[in-house]
Write a protein that binds this ligand. Structure first.
Ligand code: GRF
Length: 200
């Protein structure tokens, strides 16, 4: 069974969706460890409730490289095949990313390359786009920039608030993240330039 390591900082709804899919067998993988940089992350509680190993590695006052080394050591101990960023609100150091080449996935709540960075759903809503969505991508050394694995599109309604739009996007996130993890774990894909080819 392939193993996932999940990094999160907060609510953890993407983590929970993935964990449920692992538990039901919809996603053939197991979560080896959940790591939060924040003690108060709701996702840590969810992990405890679901019986999934979870630890907090606080980042405050620790130099980035050193914190990332602690996180990488924990992921190595759990022998994870893929690292899943699920609302992990920290920039990763180059050495961390190089430690897991093409083995770190992130989900971003916008159709990249539009609206990278924080509060993407609000940025998109404010910009007045007619469709919005989310992107699953490999993580490289720049923020929200690695090769794209999957995207889902949702409509933007005139009656939407940014919060309503974010909910609509989140429902898609919960679906495409697990599906994409399964495809990556299945192997047989390759990267050409920025394009990920699954041989579909
Ligand atoms: C999601 O919107 C995700 O796209 C972004 O951070 C948020 C995390 O939400 N990277 P949750 O913690 O998974 O509920």
């Amino acid at each position: 069974m392939k193993r996932l390591g999940v990094l999160l900082s907060g609510r953890g709804s993407n983590f929970e969706a993935i964990a449920r899919n692992c538990a039901s067998g919809t996603l053939q993988a197991e979560i080896g460890v959940v790591i939060s940089n924040r003690e108060d992350a709701v996702g840590l509680e969810t992990a405890h409730r679901m019986g999934i190993p979870a630890v907090c590695i606080p980042a405050r006052g620790v130099e980035r490289q050193q914190h990332d080394a602690l996180v990488a050591a924990e992921l190595d101990r759990a022998q994870v095949d893929l690292v899943i960023l699920a609302g992990y609100m920290r920039i990763l150091s180059a050495s961390f990313i190089q430690h897991f080449p093409n083995r770190i996935l992130n989900i971003h709540p916008a159709l990249l390359p539009a609206f990278p960075g924080l509060d993407a759903q609000h940025q998109a809503w404010e910009y007045g786009v007619r469709v919005a969505g989310c992107t699953v991508h490999f993580v490289d050394e720049k923020m929200d920039s690695g090769p794209i694995l999957a995207q889902a599109v949702v409509p933007v309604m005139e009656s939407d608030t940014a919060a309503v739009l974010a909910e609509r996007i989140l429902a898609q996130e919960h679906q495409i993240y697990s599906e994409t993890i399964a495809k990556v774990l299945a192997g047989g894909w390759r990267i050409e330039g920025r394009r990920v080819l699954f041989g579909e």
